[in-house]
Design a binder for this molecule. Sequence first.
Ligand code: MSP
Length: 654
Amino acid sequence: MATKKNTFYVTTPIYYATAKPHLGSLYSTLLADVVARWNTLYGKDVFFLTGTDEHGQKIAQAAERVGKLPKEFLDGFIPSFKTVWKDYDIGYNQFIRTTDAYHIAGAQAFIKTLIEKGDVYKAAYEGWYCTPCETFIAGQDDYKKDQGPPCPSCQRTTIVVSEETYFFKLSAYQDRLLKLYKENPDFIAPKERLNEVISFVSSGLKDLSISRTTVDWGVPFPDDPKHTVYVWVEALCNYITALGYGQPNTKLGSSQQPSLNLLSEEFEKWWPANLHIIGKDIVRFHAVYWPAMLMAAQLPLPKRLLVHGWIKVDKQKMSKSLGNVVDPMVLCDRYGAEPVRYYLLRQMPINQDGDFSITDVEQRIESDLANDLGNLLNRMVSLAQQYNVREVPAPQVWSKQSLTLRSDCRNMVEDFENYMADYMFHMALARLWKFINQVNAYFHGQEPWKLAKKDKEEFIQVLSSTCHGLYAIALLLWSVMPNKMEQLLASIGIQNFCEGSVISHLKKEEWDKKFMLKKIPTLFEKPITAEEMKETIEKKQSDESAYISINDLTKLELRVGTIIQCEEIPDSTKLLKLAVDFGSFGQRQILSGIKKWYQPNDLVGKQAVFIINLKPRKMLGVISEGMVFTAEDDNGKPQIVTVTESVPNGSQLR
Ligand code: MSP
């Protein structure tokens, strides 16, 4: 196998495509994007894989609930993943879907290899299964047959599974796994997580069931189509099937039988993965099952796992079933993608769970981004402009204070790099912000507005130090906020920075750059705070013309109706078409610009408040005979205005 030197292969978990991605899914993917970008700064050739996990009972059931075929159901969610990734500038190289033919072929080839190596046998299985987690629950033999124990991971009810199955001899790998952890204490970052895995493996491993006969929606088991491959086993294979593992060898001449090219060129180039990024709920699959199966197939093991905590809302894990998911698109619309990227990396400690809060988002944007960083750039460039300074060459002699700032900068780069090597993003950013504040203090302390009037050379020297500081800040922050940092760099005259030597160059402490200053639009806008919003409303209310009379109110025909049908309007990214039952007032067709937030099925059967005497109007050639009322929640999602308990259709609002 070719020796790998300068490549970096990073993966995200593949997401269950049963809903649009939420902030938790974005989080795993964002971490991978930052790691990928960070590695390009070292000149590495980077491959970044993400995708969707599309087989198994949970998906089949979700599709059935809405009366769709699984593939059709899944296809509906893929664009929402790709849109969120695009809007957040996630620069993945490949998006794998486990329903892709190459994945299915590759996963089957992998299972065949396990069989050939003698690590698979057929036997009867009886035990508990958690469908939402797609997990077999071990060690619960004392439970009665008709009463499954709650799933230890999600606490939901488990079902009994009693069927013939293929087992993988996981138990045979216990010692080799323990040896792996012992010899590679960095195998899992952060380190705390490794101890949990060691204690799980030390307590004894049972063989793993790797097939199901009662689940049709899956990859057919090689040479035994009565079975499908257990979804987790097949999903893990995505990390190698994406590289062409197990593809038919197309390079052979036509006279030869096609053979399996287990190890493709791409596979040889990228495998083993340098980093699998995963949430804490899926450690066992990646730290125990996956390495054991790779050992069995005699393939190299991934070099490292990065395990992150959960984003919680009101102390609970964000999840569709709890109804507390935060929509990343709403945050992106309101604050912009890059401030949200910064918030997630800075606020969420990688080694713990973190609480999501809008107040924190706004505070980080206002204080860290707008005040500390944006203002520093703005003050410096504005002052230079005021005194007609555009070119800022490096001075011959640096002042004592500038030399101090220069060594602060070098120290910060080293610390930042060390934190990034351990994937402690929040610590790296906190350290960087300490330096931003040092640059602020330096700039302010030098009183450049006075120097500009009496000592131009000194003035330029201060500008040059500040620019060198900002240059380092922007390069280090580039993997977190690529576009904003490119704008910052453009404002100090750096058009192209050479990826590849950036970090080593920064560490050399060569403050020898010539900068060209240019004013750019405000880098980070301060968010409108709740307080400011309240003031605007109060101001409006104190104005007499802002009031209406009771007569005005009676002009509005406000009635409650039940949404009986809801469809997307082809060619419209915004509109949903509702058919609404108003009882004795009949049925009406009402359009609403809420498509971004709702799947048609979310709304059918709901009662809502409508105005029905608005003049009918056409949108995209479709008539709308009223309007539904909505109110924006904390995440900017328009919540449908409804009644607390059901009322007859057509009831008027009074
Ligand atoms: N399909 C499996 C992964 C297979 S990988 C071979 C799966 N999918 S998932 O959609 O349920 O979760 C994917 C990832 O999102 C997991 O790493 C999970 O931890 C992460 N998150 C889901 N909700 C989360 C939060 N609320 N916060 C942070 N990450 C969370 O598991």
